[in-house]
Structures are given as structure tokens and as C-alpha cells.
Ligand binder design. Sequence first.
Ligand code: RI2
Length: 307
Amino acid sequence: MKPIDRVTEISAKISSMEIRGAGRIATAAAKALRDFSQTEEAKSLEDFNQRMELAADILLKTRPTAVSLSNAIRMVMKYRKDDLAAARESVIINANRFIENSEKALEKIGQIGSKRIRDGDVILTHCNSLAALSVISAAHKLGKSIKVIATESRPRFQGITTIGMLDQMGVETELIVDSAARSVMNEVDLVVVGADVITASGTLVNKIGTAQIALFAHEARTSFMVAAETYKFSPQTILGELVTIEEREPGEVLADHSRYSHVRVRNPAFDVTPHQYIDLICTEVGAIPPEMSYLIIKERLGWEIEE
Ligand code: RI2
């Protein structure tokens, strides 16, 4: 298999969601670029740069919403461009730094976020987020008695992955259909979800269904926390760019959708939660109000307007 085919293979797994979750796709892309940089056969720096750009582009096109992917690729692609050997070495350093930092970030988010969970709390989570699960797991490890209510998260049922993980941890868990979120909200003390994108104004883009859960939480006066590594914040939104919401195959919603000639089955994968419905964003550098998102982008992602 040619090195670029391996990149295409990983990209296909990200597109089909065999590899999924905003953090996991970012790490997979960083690893793919790192491995590609060691196996491609460029003879000159210029050739190497072109091949790396091609590989980055293939990975970037897999999922349009999660900014974790473009942030990870951008960080890896900031390699030294003065000499071929140094360039290859620098790709490894950048990729490994990204992977290591993302692992540490998850742990730190757990430590910080778990302080917001009290003994006896009922937590509702949506979809399958490692960042949200890190908060829950850390609270459980601290000996806090908690119960988690997990939504199924139609259409891909990532909630089933979540209950499997919670089961492994030994956390008391209940599974509900997505439309039961309002029914149970009065029993919930805290909602904890992950993020695919956080914009400069603190708006959250996350798995479809998140926005209505945030509205329900707001109405029921239930706290709503987002757990997200800083690389889930979007520098592009400072420049006014809107977040593209991925629309996936109708077959994920209804297998035999094509038998209806006048019906279009829609499958938006994410929705938008305004910052007014978010109490706290728990990152590896601290628990912040959503209004501070701009500072995270400026200080943590080193984003320059000129870039
Ligand atoms: P972590 C997922 O997207 C979900 O929307 C989840 O909330 C988010 O990524 C963050 O996940 P998808 O890949 O990075 O299932 O916290 O579409 O694991």
C-alpha cells in the first residue's frame, strides 16, 4: 500500500465515523500525518511539502464541522520548513506534542469539571464525548455517588457507546430515548456534554439534539456544562466565518428512505446552542464562562488575524 493510500484509508474511517468523536478524529489525523511523513518518499523539501499538503487536504475534507480536525492539522503542519530531515523530524515532534497534550487535557478537564459535581448528583449527557466522560469518571473516582442519564443520540446511537463506558466504570446509568430529555430534566442536577466547535462568542456546536437539551435545562433551571479541550475552539470564527453543519446520509436516519418519492429525509449531524444557555465551559486551562471563548482562541491557539 502506498503511503498516501494509508492516509486515504484513515480518512475513509473518519468519514464513515468508524473513527469518531471530535478529539479522536483530531488525534487520528495527527497520527496519520506523522506516519505519512515517515513513509512518503520525497527527494526534496519542496516535494515533501507538496505531499504533506496533499495528505492534510485529504484528512481535512473528511468531516466539515469539527474544528478539532483543522486545529490538529494546522498544529502538525507548522513544521520546520528549512530542510528535509528537519521537516520530517519536526512533523513527528508536532504530532506527538498534539497527541500528548490532548491526553493530558482530558485528564485535567476531569479534575476541574469533577469539582462541579456534588455527591448525589444526577447528570445528563448526550452523545459520546470523552471530555464529558472524563468529568463523570473523575467524580466517580473521587467517590461521589452519582447517577448518569444518557440519551440514545439518534441516528448513530453513540449513547450506546456511552452507556458501555459508564457500565465499565461501574457508574449507575439510565438510558433514555432522545425525546425523553424534557421528561427527566426535573430530576437532573447538571447536564454535561462535549463540543465539536466553540465559537469566539461562546456558541456551542455539538451533536444534533444538544440545543434542545440546553433549552430544557434552561427552562428547568438545571446547570449546563460543556467539557472541551481548547483545540475545540474555532479561530476562524474570529474572522466572522460561520460553522458548517455537516448533513449526513439520509440512510442513517431511515434505511429505506428511497421508497418515498415526495419525502426528503434530512440528517443534520450537529446543532447550535447559544452561549446564553451555557453556564460553564470546562477546559484544561480552567472552567470559564462562554463569553471568555475569544480569549482562549487568542491565547491558547496563538491565532493571528494575518494567518
Ligand atoms: P469528544 C462527537 O461528534 C459528539 O458531538 C461529541 O459531543 C463530540 O464529538 C466531542 O467528543 P461525532 O464524531 O471529543 O459523534 O469529547 O459526530 O470525545
